[in-house]
Design a protein around this ligand. Structure first.
Ligand SMILES: [Zn+2]
Length: 409
């Protein structure tokens, strides 16, 4: 964000004030301890404007005066300012198929508390009531007043109408047209932003994970479903309604199995966690030798990934087949978006090279060389916590600028 000059842009005064405030706040956050004069110099804002904004930030508790700095040129010593990370807090929520996680973080994004519990099946109202209760409980445990909550980011494995805060469809949760925002909004009284898990994971990996510094990134999330998060020019691309990136429900030639979305032959039916487990079970039932056979408990994707890592031929073949299917679909995405980096995340991203190697080979083979040869393809670095972490980071972004400018400005 750049400072706004009202004479040049003719910007609305209230919006201009909020943008300048967020520019000053951001600088104090990055460069503290810092003086008012240094802020004026760095932002090119007029000194009286900076002073008025800083007074406001000090009044609101976001910034503290922490003492005097060294004098320069014999004048009065400047008062140094510091960002108060405990001035406000945000919450990131991951509603997963198996577990629901609530994470509380301070205004710098440092985690101060979390609660985690099993996700009740097919009862969205219960899930959302639990989330609201867990947010309050996590604040209490962390010794923070709930009044300091600024924004909540929620991620759900499904199609999200971002503007309405509604989950249109989450087949693996059994949700259809679930209003995620309203129950949380009315319980917690702060803005609530709802995204797809692939989108929040993409933000987490681009900010703190394997994609740090990468502005054009595609994240392929392979778990119980298959989703895609797209960052273009450093911004999350989710289309006008919020559902962009539903690669998992693109039809694969020759695939016929009925999908949870209502169609048949979706990528998700050949290359998600349950499809891989089913393929292993079929092969074992047909007599294929494998270290996975003879297990008394139901197989999981983790079992198959572990067997592949230990060199089991069947596990390597099954993950390789899934990797090739995902790579086939991803090659279209690479031609269309031409990202610098493709990150593979979710339960199957954790399977590593046995899945990602064949996926990479398929992209190199099938995408245009001009796009396919330059895209790096890597496993997620943040692992199973990246969904909730991305929700925290989005809530922080919104609480800082978007919320103040768009909702209050
Ligand atoms: Zn589908």
């Amino acid at each position: 964000v750049s400072p706004v000059d009202s004479k040049k842009s003719g910007a609305d005064h209230a919006v201009m004030r909020e943008v300048n405030r967020s520019v000053v706040l951001d600088l104090i956050k990055q460069a503290s301890p810092i003086s008012r004069a240094a802020i004026a110099k760095a932002t090119t804002l007029a000194k009286p404007t900076v002073s008025a904004i800083v007074d406001d930030l000090v009044h609101d508790g976001l910034v503290r005066e922490i003492g005097m700095g060294p004098t320069t040129g014999g004048g009065r010593p400047p008062i140094l300012l510091d960002f108060n990370a405990r001035s406000q807090f945000v919450v990131g929520v991951h509603i997963g198929v198996r577990r629901t996680t609530v994470v509380v973080a301070d205004a710098r994004g440092a985690e101060v508390g979390r609660l985690d519990r099993a996700t009740p099946k097919r009862k969205p109202a219960d899930v959302l009531a639990n989330v609201a209760a867990d947010v309050a409980a996590a604040f209490k445990q962390a010794g923070v007043s709930l009044k300091r909550l600024a924004a909540v980011g929620v991620c759900v494995p499904g199609l999200i109408d971002f503007d309405a805060g509604i989950c249109l469809l989450a087949p693996n949760l059994g949700w259809r047209d679930v209003d995620v925002r309203s129950p949380l909004d009315s319980a917690l009284k702060v803005p609530v932003f709802v995204h797809n898990v692939a989108q929040t994971t993409a933000v987490a990996e681009a900010t703190e994970g394997v994609g740090r510094g990468v502005e054009n990134l595609v994240l392929l999330y392979v778990g119980s479903g298959v989703g895609v998060g797209i960052l273009s020019g450093g911004r999350l691309f989710h289309g006008p309604s919020g559902i962009a990136g539903e690669l998992g429900h693109c039809t694969m030639a020759g695939a016929t199995e009925r999908c949870n979305c209502g169609k048949s032959g979706c990528l998700e039916t050949v290359a998600n966690g349950p499809a891989i487990v089913a393929a292993a079970e079929r092969a074992i039932a047909a007599g294929t030798a494998s270290s996975l056979s003879g297990s008394r408990k139901k197989l999981t994707t983790e079992d198959i990934a572990a067997a592949a890592a230990a060199g089991d031929g069947l596990a390597v073949k099954i993950l390789g087949d899934a990797g090739r299917q995902l790579g086939f679909a991803a090659s279209w995405l690479v031609n269309i978006v031409s990202p610098e980096l493709l990150v593979v995340a979710g339960d199957l991203g954790a399977a590593g090279e046995p899945l990602i190697g064949p996926l990479r080979d398929a992209v190199r083979e099938l995408a245009l060389p001009q796009a396919g040869d330059r895209v790096e393809i890597k496993a997620s670095a943040l692992g199973p916590d990246s969904e909730a972490r991305g929700a925290v980071l989005l809530a922080l972004q919104y609480s800082e600028t978007y919320f103040r400018v768009v909702f209050q400005g």
